[in-house]
Ligand binder design. Structure first.
Ligand code: C5P
Length: 403
């Protein structure tokens, strides 16, 4: 499959040619690509989110200010968690917004936030295409490095007029996508990776549990960044409210023991990055029934048992991955604690960070990490979690190339 593992963010804007985008989704998926669709308001006048979502087997993103979607993925993640952004059909209006740098709905905001290659497939009335304003915008966009396919000459579906303005056919768009993605270096192609992310929930009884503040943002971003470099990634995620990353297999678990079982079932692998904030302890014998509060009773006491250390188990396993990476969330002596962890856990690299409440790292968007290995210590500047993930993925690729 020529597009195996590739992640396409497809922006559908309003035009009768939107019906061809349904076929485009099919063709992309047939070739192994995953497709995340965004639809503008006017696109929804031509085709339904239901049809788009069913063909893409994905949530369809519609609103910039959807509480659910923003919490879930957010426009920045949408812009980043893909290998390529395709705008098909692209109306004169969308191109004008892109050329001006306007960000007034989800599609235009994602396009402005994008740092991935963008392919535009225009579709419009020939007069609109030929208009000097549109041609100026096309020239600006080409200068900005935006790629174009079409439009083609032909008869217009709605007016019967003919001229330049028909959207390129889905198979032509697919061929251009294949050519664009071929050039990207994929240093982790053929490598398998396991990533853990998020907290674990340790039950006290059927309704209560012990948890921590991990959001899963850093682990999910790392899974995504490894996939962008071509790795075959399985993410084992504890309970989080963010979406599964595109182009990654995700296994959902709740408890540390479930996470351990899932991780061990995935061995052998080339890379393990254990980012999850696994609860150190579970309740020794969780109650099968809700523990009732009885008037006059003393509060119940919880007896805890130690959870399996997944990183340590993987670091000392007979099927140990070639590269085992752990995280160390600390609130004091970050470097010393990280170095001790490197040896104890049998890891090749520990990514240590200070999660004292004043840093805002736990659950936040940014991270400030120190990399600790046998070779020494690297202090990275404060960055957003996606940038940490991308740099770490590149580091992993270079470490594997050396070993
Ligand atoms: O010992 P500590 O919890 O500080 O170690 C953190 C590292 O170990 C992280 O990479 C975390 O994912 C991993 N870990 C684990 N299983 C545990 C505890 C931590 O995999 N039970």
């Amino acid at each position: 499959m020529t597009l195996s593992g590739k992640r396409v963010l497809l922006i559908i804007s309003g035009g009768i040619a939107a019906y061809k985008s349904l076929d485009l989704i099919r063709r992309l998926r047939e070739r192994g690509a995953s497709v995340r669709p965004i639809m503008t308001a006017s696109a929804q006048e031509f085709i339904t989110p239901l049809a788009v979502g069913a063909l893409a087997a994905s949530h369809v993103y519609l609103d910039l200010f959807s509480r659910e979607d923003e919490q879930d993925v957010g426009h920045i993640r949408l812009a980043r968690e893909c290998d390529l952004i395709v705008v098909a059909p692209a109306t004169a209006n969308v191109m004008a917004k892109m050329a001006q740098g306007l960000a007034e709905d989800l599609a235009s905001t994602v396009l402005l936030a994008a740092d991935r290659p963008v392919l535009v497939a225009p579709a419009m009335n020939p007069k609109m295409w030929a208009h000097p304003a549109t041609q100026r915008n096309v020239a600006t966009l080409k200068q900005d490095g935006i790629h174009f396919i079409g439009p083609k000459a032909g008869e217009m579906a709605e007016s019967g007029e003919s001229g330049m303005g028909r959207m390129a056919e889905p198979l032509e768009i697919v061929a251009t996508i294949e050519a664009m993605l071929e050039d990207q270096p994929k240093p982790l192609k053929g490598r398998t990776a396991i990533v853990t992310s998020g907290p674990t929930h340790e039950p006290i009884d059927p309704v209560r549990y012990i948890a921590n503040r991990s959001s899963g943002k850093q682990g999910h971003a790392i899974a995504s960044a490894l996939a962008s470099l071509g790795a075959d990634v399985t993410l084992v995620s504890g309970p989080v409210i963010i979406a599964d990353p595109a182009g990654v297999k995700t296994i959902h678990v709740e408890r540390a023991e479930e996470m351990r079982d899932a991780v061990l079932s995935l061995l052998p692998a080339d890379i393990a990055v254990m980012v999850a904030a696994v609860a150190d302890w579970r309740v020794a014998s969780a109650s099968g029934q809700k523990i009732k509060k009885q008037p006059g009773d003393a509060p119940p006491s919880l007896v805890l048992a130690e959870n399996p250390d997944i990183l340590k188990t993987v670091g000392h396993h007979e099927k140990r991955p070639r590269l085992v990476i752990g995280f160390a969330a600390e609130t004091q002596n970050v470097e010393d604690n990280g170095r001790a962890k490197l040896a104890r856990k049998g890891a090749d690299l520990i990514v240590a960070n200070d999660v004292s409440p004043e840093t805002g790292i736990m659950g936040g968007e940014r991270n400030h990490v120190t990399l600790i290995s046998q070779d020494g210590t690297e202090h990275w500047p404060d960055m957003d979690k996606n940038s940490v993930a991308e740099q770490l993925a590149r580091k992993i690729a270079s470490l594997l190339a050396l070993s």
